[in-house]
Design a protein around this ligand. Structure first.
Ligand SMILES: [Fe+2]
Ligand SMILES: [Fe+2]
Length: 314
């Protein structure tokens, strides 16, 4: 059995769990609390100080994530919970939404995502420490569609907040939803093309390009969302100002689509992709090596504010 560490402090003693909790004793996993045992004062867990590391079998990771999603409101309300753990709970909820959306192609989950985006905006976007914690959750070694949409969602929301300080919370939530769902149209692409390793044929690439148009169709027809801003983010995030982009070769590109675009490119160059041999670039390298392209394509204002976003981690 393989194990993964968990944050035990996120587990409320009174709540029902569907996962077993283990502890390592001299490198051997020992069952501490099986899922049917409540986490109360007679429990052996109290023998250990609160800083011990708890583990769960990897096979029960789904249940652990479900538990956090279900109890997120209580976790965020808890005055004794650390900021790190609260942000971790929002991160797990958001990434779980996106993974379910991508893996099950279940559009109902796209509705749940609104609640978690609201929590992210309410608890993190105005707080530099919280945003530094969020940036630390961005992984460069694992890369799939869900992780990519999460990363772009974080970067682009942060950049939008930096550039448009007066945006209402409601507007920022709407725009952020566009960022977190910017590639939702990929769900209409044949999985064989989407998961292909190696180069696309010309026909396959033409199909991939349609994810922008498919995305707008999903937002409008399946999710019944009426938002011109979300539609423009999804439709225009691969357009280029000289008309060389897709799907229409537009030159008049919406500012929020441009913000999505710089974050999309940045995430691609700072993440490990299976088909790329070279290592991903660090944040610093990606910003420095692409300065000319970023400034000429997106303008000095967007580039400089994007650089400033990373000052929270320095
Ligand atoms: Fe895209
Ligand atoms: Fe993307």
């Amino acid at each position: 059995m393989k194990f993964t560490p968990i944050r035990l402090k996120l587990i409320k003693p009174s709540q029902k769990r569907d996962f077993d909790i283990y502890i390592l004793e001299e490198t051997k996993p020992v069952l501490l609390l099986s899922k049917d045992k409540p986490f109360d004062k007679d429990n052996p867990a109290l023998k250990y100080n609160s800083n011990f590391i708890a583990y769960i079998p990897i096979s029960q990771l789904k249940e652990y994530k479900k538990y956090i999603c279900k109890n997120i409101d209580d976790i965020l309300k808890d005055p004794l919970m650390s900021k790190k753990n609260k942000m971790y709970a929002i991160y797990i909820s958001l990434i779980d939404n996106l993974e379910n959306l991508v893996n099950n192609r279940d559009l109902n989950i796209a509705r749940d995502i609104s609640k978690n985006i609201s929590l992210f905006i309410a608890n993190a976007i105005n707080d530099e420490k919280a945003m530094a914690i969020f940036l630390s959750f961005i992984k460069s070694d694992v890369h799939n569609l869900a992780v990519h949409m999460f990363n772009v969602g974080i970067y682009a929301s942060m950049l939008t907040k930096k550039m448009f300080t007066d945006l209402s919370t409601q507007k920022l939530e709407e725009i952020s939803k566009g960022y977190f769902l910017h590639d939702i149209g990929m769900l209409k692409i044949d999985p064989e093309i989407l998961l292909k390793k190696g180069k696309y044929s010309k026909e396959e690439y033409e199909e991939i390009k349609k994810h922008t148009i498919y995305g707008v169709e999903i937002i409008r027809n399946d999710l019944k969302i009426r938002s011109p801003i979300i539609e423009r983010i999804i439709l225009e995030h691969h357009e280029r100002k000289d008309g060389s982009g897709y799907p229409y070769g537009k030159t008049d590109i919406n500012i929020f689509a441009k913000i999505c675009s710089i974050c999309d490119i940045f995430d691609a160059i700072t993440s490990k992709r299976e088909y790329k041999d070279e290592n991903p670039k660090t944040t610093f390298e990606a910003l420095k090596d692409n300065i000319d392209f970023f400034v000429s394509e997106f303008g000095k204002d967007i580039y400089e504010n994007f650089v400033k976003c990373f000052s929270v981690v320095i």
